[in-house]
Design a protein around this ligand. Structure first.
Ligand code: ATP
Length: 791
């Protein structure tokens, strides 16, 4: 038997020993969980049997109360034990099949013997609770595994750095309690293991990467210093993966005072949310909150406006190039997402402190309770040093008093009497009964016809005024919409806050379009965040102080407005912003194209930037082909995993394109590719292609409303494929006509970088310059067929 075989046998013996112990503990726990469950059920069933109820005297009442409390405490203690035992059992069920994935032998400088440390997804102690048989991958000592190879090594603990020497680093793949693979590794965590992991086929759900976290990713996961952590990473470099393991790490490190629902992930679309939702549960943690920025905007503005979705905006940007209003729209999008416009909104708010607020008159049945100018006058009579939102609150109180004073008189009006006569007998009776109850409480008698009539009249007025009072309480007397419109309809005002010459190109068109949409109660996507931001500056920010950590994926697609908004919305949270400049596909450009706005959010001293340049998703051949498409791409390093070169095929027309793609999909399915995506440029193109191909095989069309990510063959617009990956990618039409403008470069790059193992690019006619510019050695080329009979 050679050394390796001998070692393998010893390790398997240990696996057997540890998992046998686990099995023993699970048996005990299962029994315990069963017993506690029965107890809980019994206590609930007989709760009142053991409580002595006697309320005759004061003492008896106190005794009854204390006996009830005791019983409730017993119940909640038992429920707690049940939950705890069930959680441990759940953890063991996950651990037993694959108790650990790594081992390091480490000797601390100047301290006792060398220690063997085994790492798994959770820690596991020996029966006597003295020895860690498995360390949680998030324990301080576990970082040795990710940061060092054999040799001098050190790790941070809450009490300082511990130095020592690592003599062995070993990796395992254990399935069903048996070692399937075992490697002794160098500094990078086992290329062999990573090779294995990365050559798997893609999945409908993202996988955890704890066994193969790379050193630079570990820096992201364990970074707990900065208020803002920015990760700029190449496509497929593991930004999302690192962020999710980071959530798990933070939940572990701060388990005493951080819960999963205090962390929020902002994703690019709902489908992505479903794609990543299993990673944390796989690691034994509860999921964090997940949302999209659009969902938040809908929640806040959906009642007032029809808010355009970012995908509809994107569809317009990609398809309407030839429309007359196109350039104006693009300029509007850019300007309204810019730091300049953010400053304009801030300046406008400052101006409104002094003058210019617009209110809606408070009217009731056509009569004015408080006129616009009176409200404005009242507003500006408050101390100008008081913040706008506080002045609005004072104004609200004043208006409510005005309404109350109005109500005091209104019941005498003729319409009330008319209304009373129309009351149905049941309504009358109900009011009468209610009134009697109230009178009884006051100790008065109620027998006077006039009092009854007055009361009834007052209650009619009060009911009628309720909706108005509600609107005032919601502060809808502030005419935010008109105030916002002013910026685009009052040139002098705009110049006053923005300065002369600050207007973007196509200003007149932008103004016309903005006003027209708002009048129809529609809000373009580029206006939605500025509008909400402006509203909150005036009415006060709604903030969520319980959230402690915000993770923004695809942060390059967020405007400075949106980031500023998130900062204000979660004032007590730290932020992790993950992005890739080269995937900034929205027309408003990218915050990360210039780190300024994002760094400025919390200031340079509270901000850290980590770059990831190694790409893990795609084969070396795919990375070599795609990296040349984007500026700075030369810094992207492929992981050493080999595959076929991307295949670029030119076809004559769409009929031929469809025939080729159909044949390609069939061949890929036969070769066993489980997830195949045909990536189109737009939703419109995807829908059309789906119409062409859907009767040929099982096919799914992904739209902005698709809630979950499925395996199989699908058609998807490029911008919805962000963040996800497929075994094989077919680019629908990489022709010059489709991908030519500079703004389409990043979209094309994003589409191509979704491929893990295989990339096939088709084009009708002339190839896109983004393909032509690549080194011809990085791809295979099938030129235009001369003979169209090959169709
Ligand atoms: N350390 C790792 N071990 C194993 N797999 C990894 C590792 N890092 C990344 N991967 C894999 O690489 C792929 C890409 O990872 P991920 O989606 O997190 O990258 P990303 O940077 O967010 O990509 P993109 O910006 O292109 O959406 C995933 O399949 C992920 O599981």
């Amino acid at each position: 038997m050679n050394v390796l075989e001998h070692e393998w046998r010893l390790e398997q013996e240990r696996v057997d020993e540890v998992t046998n112990q686990m099995a023993g503990r699970m048996d005990k726990l299962e029994q315990e969980v069963g017993n506690v469950r029965t107890e809980v059920v019994n206590i609930r069933k007989h709760f009142w049997d053991d409580v002595s109820i006697n309320v005759s005297t004061h003492e008896d009442k106190a005794e009854t109360y204390s006996s009830m409390r005791q019983q409730a405490e017993v119940l909640s203690e038992r429920e707690r034990s049940y939950r705890q035992a069930a959680a441990v059992l759940g953890k063991l069920k996950r651990l037993i099949k694959s108790p650990y994935f790594g081992r390091i032998d480490f000797k601390e400088e100047g301290q006792g013997p060398e220690e063997r440390i085994y790492l798994g997804i959770a820690s596991y102690l020996s029966e006597d609770e003295q020895t860690y048989l498995v360390y949680d991958w998030r324990a301080p000592i576990s970082s040795l595994y990710y940061d060092y190879g054999p040799g001098a090594a050190a790790f941070e603990t809450p009490v300082g750095e511990i130095k020592g020497t690592m003599s062995l680093k070993r990796q395992f793949v254990i399935r069903d309690r048996s070692i399937r693979l075992m490697f002794d590794t160098g500094v990078t965590i086992g290329d062999e293991l990573l090779q294995q992991v990365l050559s798997r086929s893609s999945d409908a759900q993202m996988k955890s990467i704890v066994a193969t976290i790379q050193k630079e990713q570990n820096q992201i996961i364990r970074n707990d210093r900065s208020r803002m952590l920015i990760v700029q990473g190449a496509a497929g470099s593991g930004k999302t993966s690192a962020a999710l393991q980071r959530v798990a790490y933070l939940l572990y490190k701060h388990r005493e005072n951080l819960q999963a629902d205090q962390m929020v992930l902002f994703s690019p679309n709902p489908m992505f949310n479903s794609y990543v939702s299993t990673v944390l549960p796989e690691l034994g943690e509860e999921n964090m909150q997940q949302t999209t920025f659009q969902e938040y905007l809908e929640k806040r503005l959906g009642g007032q406006f029809e808010v355009e979705s970012p995908f509809n905006q994107m569809e317009y940007v990609l398809t309407a190039v030839k429309e007359r209003s196109y350039s104006a729209k693009i300029n509007a999008i850019r300007y309204k997402s810019s730091a300049d416009y953010l400053a304009v909104i801030g300046g406008y708010k400052d101006l409104l402190k002094q003058e210019g607020m617009i209110f809606k008159a408070i009217r009731f049945r056509g009569r004015v309770i408080a006129a616009q100018d009176i409200i404005a006058e009242k507003f500006y009579s408050y101390d100008s040093a008081t913040r706008l939102p506080n002045r609005i609150v004072l104004l609200k109180e004043w208006l409510l008093n005005e309404i109350a004073a109005f109500e005091e008189q209104e019941w005498k009006e003729g319409w009330v009497e008319d209304r009373m006569e129309l009351l149905e007998p049941e309504d009358y009776l109900r009011s009468y009964k209610k009134l009697r109850q109230i009178q009884k409480g006051k100790g008065d008698t109620f027998d006077d016809f006039d009092t009854e009539k007055e009361w009834l009249a007052r209650s009619i007025v009060h009911e009628e005024l309720k909706p108005l009072i509600k609107r005032v309480k919601r502060l809808s007397f502030v005419d935010i919409r008109k105030l916002y419109v002013q910026l685009f309809s009052n040139e002098q005002l705009f110049e006053q806050v923005a300065g002369i010459g600050a207007k973007p190109e196509y200003w007149q068109d932008i103004c016309r379009e903005t006003v027209a949409l708002l009048e129809k109660s529609e809000l373009a996507y580029e206006d939605a965040t500025p509008f909400l931001y402006f509203q909150e500056l005036i009415l006060g920010f709604q903030s969520n102080t319980s959230v402690r950590h915000v993770i923004v994926d695809e942060a390059q697609d967020y405007s400075p407005f949106q980031l500023e908004f998130l900062k204000r919305l979660f004032p007590r949270a730290r932020m992790t912003a993950l992005g890739d400049l080269n995937q900034a596909i929205y027309a408003h450009g990218s915050v990360l194209s210039d780190f300024e706005p994002i760094t400025a959010l919390y200031g340079a001293e509270q901000t850290e930037l980590i770059r990831l340049t190694r790409s893990y998703r795609s084969t070396q051949q795919i990375v070599e082909f795609t990296k040349g498409m984007v500026p700075g791409g030369e810094a992207i390093e492929p992981f050493n995993r080999s595959g076929e070169k991307p295949l670029v095929t030119s076809v004559l027309d769409h009929a031929q394109l469809h025939a080729r793609i159909t044949a390609d999909i069939k061949a890929l399915q036969i070769s066993g590719f489980e997830s195949i995506a045909v990536i189109c440029k737009t939703a419109a193109q995807s829908k059309e292609l789906f119409g062409e191909l859907s009767d040929k095989f099982e096919l799914n069309l992904v739209t902005q409303y698709t809630p979950t990510f499925e395996k199989g063959t699908l058609i998807i617009p490029a911008y919805l494929a962000k963040g996800v990956e497929f075994d094989a990618v077919i680019i629908y039409d990489a022709s010059e006509e489709q991908y030519n403008r500079e703004s389409e470069r990043k979209l094309f790059y994003t589409a191509c970088t979704r491929a893990m193992h295989l990339l096939h690019v088709y084009a009708v006619g002339e190839l896109s310059p983004f393909v032509l510019a690549q080194n011809p050695l990085t791809y295979e080329f099938a030129p235009l067929p001369i003979d169209s009979s090959s169709r």
